[in-house]
Design a protein around this ligand. Structure first.
Ligand SMILES: Cc1cc2nc3c(=O)[nH]c(=O)nc-3n(C[C@H](O)[C@H](O)[C@H](O)COP(=O)(O)O)c2cc1C
Ligand code: SF4
Ligand code: SF4
Length: 259
């Protein structure tokens, strides 16, 4: 039975999960959920097994993943599962995905969470190298277990989030507007106009003007531009000036735009 993995990523955690899972499932093909692949992903009727892999944003789904769930087409009998990577609080991301798919009569029989280093450096610094390494080794073990369950088309449910999570998560989530979130990004004089941020943006939200990036208000808030800039020229207000940067060390930046 064919398996396809669809993944969204900003700093590589979900890409590593997709790669490890693809390897454990016998080199399953994986496709990045990004604007460049949109027609292909939404124009195909998928069958067999389909995995949706994504980071949790404000207790919910990245907008592009939400839109994908609204447009995904699968043949009857397809086993659809989801893996969320998150830094500590998955909120209601699984419930959100399940609900959207259910409206379209697509069952979501299995969901998995993988704790990874939190990359929301707008609010906190990156985890220590030791903490990151501990999480990376746990991820490898968890993926083996997930691969077994997926191969058996198992049903894997998670406990319903508590009342407070169900109430608070949607409040945070509302602040994640693609049209407004990027207003606080800026490139400092350190920018050398290399254009890497433009190439890696999954939303094609960046253009270069006078050798500086410009944000065009279709932002997924994945922080890829800020996290991967080789000279740390991108800041979010003043909040990220003294914060370090993070991306998964197993990922080469080229993988974000070549895949
Ligand atoms: C905008 C934004 C919001 C986030 N919100 C949450 C959250 O609500 N709960 C959580 O546990 N992690 C949150 N995170 C952390 C990411 O989910 C986590 O680091 C994820 O593994 C990043 O995946 P990636 O490297 O594939 O982009 C957030 C990250 C970003 C950029
Ligand atoms: S990646 Fe950094 S240095 Fe390169 S264009 Fe973007 S902001 Fe400037
Ligand atoms: S502009 Fe930056 S934060 Fe927004 S989607 Fe593109 S890479 Fe991600």
């Amino acid at each position: 039975m064919n398996t396809t993995l669809l993944y969204f990523t900003g700093t590589g955690n979900s890409l590593v999960v997709a790669k490890d899972l693809a390897a454990a499932l016998g080199n399953a093909p994986r496709i990045q959920i990004a604007k460049k692949n949109w027609e292909k992903i939404t124009g195909t009727t998928w069958s067999g097994t389909v995995g949706i892999i994504f980071p949790v944003y404000f207790g919910g789904l990245p907008h592009m993943v939400e839109r994908l769930a609204e447009q995904l087409q699968v043949e009857a009998g397809t086993y659809v599962f989801a893996v969320a990577t998150y830094g500590g609080m998955p909120g209601v991301a699984f419930e959100q995905l399940k609900e959207i798919l259910a409206r379209r009569s697509i069952p979501l029989p299995a969901v998995f969470g993988v704790l990874m280093p939190g990359n929301y450096q707008v609010m906190y610094p990156p985890r220590s190298i030791q903490q990151q390494e501990d999480q990376f080794s746990r991820e490898k073990e968890i993926i083996k277990a997930i691969a077994k369950l997926v191969s058996n088309r198992a049903e894997v449910l998670r406990p319903r989030p508590g009342f407070l999570t169900r109430v608070i998560s949607p409040l945070f989530y509302r602040s994640l507007h693609p049209a407004t979130r990027d207003r606080h990004f800026r490139a400092t004089d350190t920018c050398n106009g290399c254009g890497l941020c433009v190439r890696i943006c999954p939303a094609r939200n960046l253009t270069l003007q006078d050798n500086r990036p410009v944000w065009n208000h279709q932002c997924e808030f994945c922080l890829a531009c800020l996290q991967w800039c080789p000279v740390q020229a991108i800041q979010y207000e003043k909040k990220t000036v003294r914060r370090g940067r993070y991306h998964h060390p197993e990922v080469r930046v080229e993988e974000l735009y070549q895949d």
